[in-house]
Design a protein around this ligand. Structure first.
Ligand code: FPP
Ligand code: MG
Ligand code: MG
Length: 335
């Protein structure tokens, strides 16, 4: 918090670009079918999202542009603003599908899309978002960017599938390694590759693109570790989505895997996805009696610091400092 107070506010710095972002998304989602349109636009109308990803892309764009000699522009280029929209649309599409898979009733402080429109339309609306994001992506006329963002979509699916089967051998070794691997696909890849694409679109050299990628990847890992912590510490109201949901869904999150090092009884429960009567409650109890939550938070801080290191390798600018602040904020967040 002390660090953040000395740094520029990441959200304020890109506020004017963010105003046009949601209008840009809505425009991209126009269709002659009113039901599909309202379903696809739903979360852009609700507008309760944190918008971490587009803010990150806009800041990274400006920070990388400032590093170029001569800089292509003092602000984000039109193609980079487009990229921020695409990133938010892919993310929102994945949430439409995720809430069907997780049977979640709330999202961003409102009924989830599946709750509001039913499972079938929620899936189709997610597909539609992805389709329109792809059209917008192709209009950037950058095959490398298309490749980066298409790979993200593959990774989102892969991460979700990896998560379906808890990877625990008898001793629980490598379970955490598997978690980190899964988390890169599920949460890190979108941030990493969209940050890299932001650098690429501004004409930054390969070394800068690598730092941008590293920044997004580390923030992504920190973000998911905190997500896992908040599932234990938050409430439905504070999160705007169901709390204590991960155990119910059978997920082996970071606090559980770390707690299992103190309470190996958790490993059997992880392996059967907390499927027996009383498993979820017993696991919850064991996690609270361990250092799992505190250690997950510490690991998030380590990842955020690695993100800050990567940002610090960029040329000095207000936006670079805001990227440092954003990494700090991801760890401090309450929702
Ligand atoms: C949220 O996780 C979910 C994701 C970050 C990715 C979900 C990906 C898919 C469903 C694959 C399909 C992808 C596309 C692009 C259509 P969570 O359930 O742990 O978080 P939550 O608590 O916010 O629900
Ligand atoms: Mg979910
Ligand atoms: Mg999920």
């Amino acid at each position: 918090a002390a660090l953040e107070a000395r740094l520029p506010d990441p959200f304020r710095l890109v506020a004017s670009d963010m105003k046009t972002l949601s209008d840009g998304c809505k425009e991209l989602l126009g269709t002659d079918h009113p039901v599909l349109q309202s379903a696809a636009q739903y979360f852009f109308d609700v507008d309760g999202g944190k918008k971490v990803r587009p803010v990150m892309v806009l800041l990274m764009s400006r920070a990388c542009n400032a590093s170029c000699a001569p800089p292509p522009a003092p602000f984000a280029l039109a193609c980079q603003r487009r990229l921020a929209e695409i990133t938010e649309m892919i993310h929102t599409a994945s949430l439409f599908h995720d809430d069907v898979i997780d049977k979640a009733d709330t999202r961003r402080g409102a009924p989830s899309a599946n709750r509001a429109f039913g499972n079938k339309l929620a899936i189709l609306a997610g597909d539609f978002l992805l389709a329109r994001a792809s059209v917008s992506l192709s209009r950037l006329r950058s095959v490398e960017t298309v490749e980066l963002l298409s790979t993200v979509i593959e990774h989102l699916v892969k991460g979700e599938v990896l998560q379906m089967r808890p990877h625990v051998d008898g001793a629980g070794t490598r379970a955490f390694e598997y978690y980190v691997h899964k988390t890169y696909y599920k949460t890190g890849s979108l941030m990493a590759n969209s940050c890299q694409a932001a650098a690429l679109l501004g004409g930054s050299p390969a070394a800068v693109q690598r730092d941008a990628h590293e920044y997004g990847k580390r923030v992504g890992l920190a973000f998911q570790l905190i997500d896992d912590v908040l599932d234990f510490e938050g409430s439905d109201a504070s999160l705007g989505k169901p709390a204590l949901n991960d155990l119910k869904e059978g997920l082996a999150t970071a606090p559980v895997l770390l707690a299992a090092e103190e309470h190996p009884a958790l490993l059997d429960m992880v392996a059967r996805k907390f499927g027996r009567d009383g498993d979820a409650a017993a696991a919850h109890e064991l996690v609270l009696r361990s250092d799992g939550i505190a250690r997950a938070r510490d690991l998030a801080i380590v990842q955020a610091e690695l993100a800050m290191d990567a940002a610090t390798r960029l040329a000095p600018s207000e936006e670079r400092d805001a990227l440092v602040a954003l990494a700090a904020r991801v760890v401090d967040r309450r929702r």
